[in-house]
Ligand binder design. Structure first.
Ligand SMILES: [Zn+2]
Length: 421
């Protein structure tokens, strides 16, 4: 039975700190498909189009008939446990710091036999009985897919398992910075994080004089919330805050954005576009430069280590939506920067989570027809992503549909958007 996660004792500064290592991460190109699916929370394996064999590990050809026609297909993960073992020694530095570690041998109902990590609540292997498990794919601290077996039924405090927490970024008992508390999305995020058990939530607000009637007072009443001045357009404001709290933040959620609904011809001059870039791109860059090194420094810091960076992007980052043209361009720039940040933070095991919502039900999208994503639905998608440890999230029907069309053919989507959607 998993014990509920308790607040650890205060850190003894004299004691040795855990080394900052990530698990072994070299994988072949084919195996990266497993990672690409796990990054969105799916467990996929190769299935042969000719003989329907499901295979693992990933290969270039079917293990049964040598056909190269292999397709990645979602798996239920339904399996039985064949054997289990406890690792007490490892030459790998990451696992050496985290021993003992539970491993198991399972056979998927779909065929292949796999070595997997074991959730602590998976039962023993009894002679004459079958222990059923559900195998899922998760990203490890190095950002690569690994397989883990769960009990088939939900157990109490399941998310608090020590093996699983090495793969997720659960906000429970962690300290979180939400960069903008003035918006409905920021306030929904704060409420969702408080409900998820965050220890402390710092909430940035850029324009304190506008506070009255903004809803900020309601979230300030929540016990873990602490309001702080933060203006992403001002480098000094960002670095002052980083000096104050940078060494304590475990999760950064950058939700600050400027959104105007202009294309190129709808407005003369570049002032609106510059304001969008200054928060959505340069503001993110300022924040990443100020808070990134502090997160990296605490990436291996015990049970409540620094673990994640969340970017509120937009589905328009993938393809420009002409009625919101300059906003789309600023989000595309932020998306590109997030790919750079993900590469830079990978070595420390900090996960960069990109969120790509469709139109949000807020003032800037009031001229768009429904369906629109409510701030509450967006906030719960962000918390779920942290709990599940995924790194790309497309919340809501509109985002899912755009993603499908973009994956199918980006050029076709571009033409459809040019013709009005
Ligand atoms: Zn085959």
């Amino acid at each position: 039975m998993t014990l509920p996660l308790m607040r650890p004792p205060r850190k003894n500064p004299v004691k040795r700190t855990r080394q900052m290592n990530v698990p072994p991460w070299a994988r072949g190109r084919v195996a990266l498909h497993l990672t690409a699916a796990a990054a969105e929370g799916r467990f996929e394996l190769q299935v042969c189009a000719d003989c329907h064999t499901v295979q693992y590990p990933p290969r270039e050809a079917c293990v049964h008939c040598l056909s190269p026609r292999l397709q990645w297909r979602a798996q239920s993960g339904s399996a039985r446990l064949l054997a289990r073992t406890t690792l007490h020694h490892s030459n790998d530095l990451f696992f050496r710091e985290r021993l003992p570690w539970q491993l198991g041998l399972v056979q998927l109902d779909a065929g292949p036999t796999l070595v997997v990590h074991l959730h602590g609540d998976v039962g023993a292997v009894e002679p004459g009985a079958t222990t059923r498990v559900t195998v899922g794919a998760r990203l490890d601290r190095a950002g690569r897919a690994v397989l883990i077996a769960f009990p088939t039924e939900e157990t109490p405090h399941m998310a608090d398992d020590t093996v699983l927490r090495e793969m997720t970024c659960d906000p429970k008992l962690r300290k979180v910075l939400v960069t903008d508390g003035m918006t409905p999305v920021g306030q929904a995020l704060v409420r969702a994080l408080a409900k998820a058990g965050a220890d402390l939530i710092w909430v940035g607000h850029a324009e304190p004089w506008k506070r009255h009637g903004s809803g900020l007072d309601d979230i300030t009443a929540l016990p873990p919330v602490c309001l702080l001045p933060l203006d992403l357009s001002n480098e000094r404001s960002v670095s002052t805050l980083a000096a104050e709290i940078g060494g304590k933040v475990d999760i950064v959620i950058n939700n600050a954005e400027v959104h105007r609904s202009y294309g190129i011809a709808a407005r003369r001059g570049t002032d609106a576009a510059k304001a969008e870039m200054d928060i959505n791109y340069f503001g993110y860059l300022r924040l990443a430069q100020a808070f990134g090194p502090a997160l990296v420094g605490r990436a291996a810091d015990g049970t409540l280590n620094a673990c994640a960076w969340v970017n509120l992007l937009s589905i328009y980052a993938l393809a420009n939506f002409p009625p919101h043209g300059t906003f789309s361009a600023s989000k595309a720039a932020a998306h590109s920067l997030a790919q750079c940040q993900r590469a830079e933070l990978r070595g420390a095991g900090i996960r960069v989570v990109n969120v790509f919502p469709g139109p949000i039900d807020d003032d800037w999208n009031q001229n768009l027809p429904p369906p629109k994503l409510s701030p509450e639905a967006l906030a719960s998608a962000v918390v779920k992503a942290l709990r599940d440890g995924v790194e790309d999230v497309y919340p809501g029907d509109v985002a899912q549909e755009w993603l499908e069309r973009w994956r199918d053919n980006p050029k076709v989507l571009e033409r459809e958007l040019a013709a009005g959607g």
